[in-house]
Write a protein that binds this ligand. Structure first.
Ligand code: HEM
Length: 527
């Protein structure tokens, strides 16, 4: 608790009377109505039944991924420029126009695999989702702290998440399942290299970067488009944890990142990030040894420099976690005029998934909740459904006409002439095939070599630790992937696994958490 926390230490504010949700004053909130003061309860216990039945429905399903999270409000301030050039050259999105203009934002940070109350010290990518309440409607930039991802095709995402979450039989998290999947997915080598280094455990949400990861498009007034990648750089600096540091924190708190963000904002230490973009002409780019739309790759900074476009400040905590953070709904489909989708296969798959899950998780009218509703005007014929709160204003001027087109009234399409469309041209065969230029290992090796020696040491120790309990086939496959990335990397992981296995054998230890089933290796069958 904060020292000067008036909310919990008492204040002299005038207190208001409790009511039911029907607005009736509650004169007894301690005793249910019974026959005599010991007797059976009455069916007419309206206040009790309302109170209890509402409590029984207090939770919505947690997010299928990124369930553990926290968030805050603030603003984004545009520089009106992209690097030294006017931003209008690349995008007509109003959120970036006019230096100094502020747009309100909501940010939700999260871990990925753990459930709603999982430890925030877990080795896991961190979500970095930003909702911009722009004058043209909402824009969501749903990113992570790391700039790349494990897979490049949305088809693999459900399997990946199944492998990363707890064993479906025992409900025990088990890294062998994760590495079973990863060993058959060589494109994950780069992301695993980041994740098992200290970069897989940021110290706080305030001290981590963010990235859109997938590639989007910016569209200008003429309808011309470029490819764009977004990156957030924390002004507080970057801090990551070693495994030892993380374990020490975990012994004291499983929610240290949530607490850190909340308390910093309460203290008035508002965290800030600068937003950068990388820009590339749309196309195949044969000069690159990777596909620019492959989200397992970084765009080299020397060829595609980071260009600053604005900054974000978080200066307001939520007052109701459930209403403002748990029910917040972000999605990659939520773009504004001046932005578009690239052909990135992950982005395309994600764009279906987010609103689909939110209709289930929060409900069909999730966009009417204050935290999700745009601050721009909503005028729509989409109506009804559970808990609809659509106002007559949203329905437009004529309450009888809930369809479009109409000769006589109601809502009509916005003026098309104001927006020159971006109409990309396509010709090709429809197919289910992997991309050319997978280059699964090149950048993984570069990242390994770019780490400082203490980061490499952590990486090798962390990998050796988890791989030492894996099936031999998985160990061999992983050593192969790391060797392809960098010979030194593969050799050190191999030696690390061997040393760890020897150590465990000598101790008669199977490296399992006490109480868990031993000798699980055999479950996978013999080689
Ligand atoms: C959350 C799907 C890849 C970042 C979610 C949710 C789903 C989902 C269903 C839960 C949303 C909700 O309940 O509101 C997918 C699919 C992916 C994918 C199908 C790949 C095909 C990615 C990637 C990133 C990412 C590559 C990083 C850029 C996030 C974040 C959240 C999230 C930050 C949490 C949003 C929040 O705070 O509410 N994803 N995801 N996802 N995803 Fe993804």
């Amino acid at each position: 608790m904060l020292a000067e926390d008036k909310k919990m230490n008492g204040s002299n504010e005038e207190r208001e009377a409790l009511t039911t949700r029907q607005g009736h004053p509650v004169i007894d909130n301690q005793n249910i109505k019974t026959l005599g003061n010991r007797g059976p309860a009455m069916m007419e216990n309206y206040h009790f039944i309302e109170k209890m039945s509402h409590f029984d429905r207090e939770e919505v399903p947690e997010r299928v991924v990124h369930a553990r999270g926290t968030g805050a409000f603030g603003y984004f301030e545009t520089y009106g420029k992209v690097g030294d050039e006017p931003v209008e050259k690349y995008t007509r999105a109003k959120v970036f126009q006019g230096a100094g203009k502020k747009t309100p934002v909501l940010v939700r940070f999260s871990t990925v695999a753990g459930s709603k109350d999982a430890p925030e010290t877990d080795r896991d990518p961190r979500g970095f989702a930003v909702k911009f309440y722009t004058e043209d409607g909402n824009w969501d930039l749903v990113g992570n702290n790391l700039k790349i991802f494990f897979i490049r095709d949305a088809m693999k995402f459900p399997d990946m998440i199944h492998a990363f979450k707890a064993d479906p039989a025992s409900n025990v998290p088990d890294p062998r399942r994760m590495f079973d999947f990863v060993s058959r997915s060589p494109e994950a080598t780069h992301m695993i290299t980041f994740l098992f280094s200290p970069w897989g455990r940021p110290a706080t949400y305030r001290h981590m970067q963010g990235s859109g990861v997938n590639t989007y498009k910016w569209v200008n007034d003429k309808g011309e488009a470029v490819l764009v990648k977004y990156h957030w750089e924390p002004k507080q600096g970057i801090r990551n944890l070693t495994t030892k540091e993380a374990m020490e924190i975990q012994g004291k708190s499983v929610g240290h990142m949530t607490q850190d963000l909340y308390e910093a904002i309460e203290r008035g230490e508002y965290p800030e990030w600068e937003l950068y973009v990388q820009i590339m002409e749309d196309g195949y780019h044969p000069e690159l040894d990777f596909d620019p739309l492959d989200d397992t790759k970084l765009w080299p900074e020397d060829k595609f420099p980071w260009l600053p476009v604005g900054k974000m400040v978080l200066n307001e905590n939520p007052t109701d976690f459930h209403a403002q953070i748990e029910q917040a709904a972000f999605g990659t489909g939520v773009l504004v005029d001046g932005m578009d989708f690239s052909d990135d296969k992950m982005l395309q798959g994600r764009t279906f998934s987010y609103s689909d899950t939110q209709r289930y998780r929060v409900g069909a009218n999730y966009l009417q909740l204050p935290v999700n509703a745009p601050k721009a005007k909503v005028r729509t014929n989409q109506h009804r459904g559970q808990m609809s709160m659509r106002t007559p204003e949203e329905a437009g001027g004529n309450p009888h006409i809930n369809y479009e087109p109409s000769m006589v009234g109601g809502l009509e399409e916005a003026d098309k002439s104001e927006r020159t469309p971006h109409n990309p041209e396509y010709s090709g065969k429809v197919m289910s095939e992997p991309i050319d230029r997978p280059n699964n290992y090149g950048q993984a090796g570069e990242t390994y070599r770019a780490f400082e020696e203490w980061e490499r040491e952590e990486l090798i120790a962390n990998l050796s630790d988890v791989l030492s309990i894996c099936d031999e086939r998985i160990q061999e496959a992983m050593i192969h992937h790391f060797t392809q990335a960098d010979e030194d990397y593969g050799r050190r992981v191999k030696e690390g696994i061997e040393a760890k296995m020897k150590e465990l054998e000598e101790k008669g230890d199977d490296n399992r958490i006490p109480g868990q089933e031993a000798g699980i290796k055999s479950k996978y069958g013999e080689g």
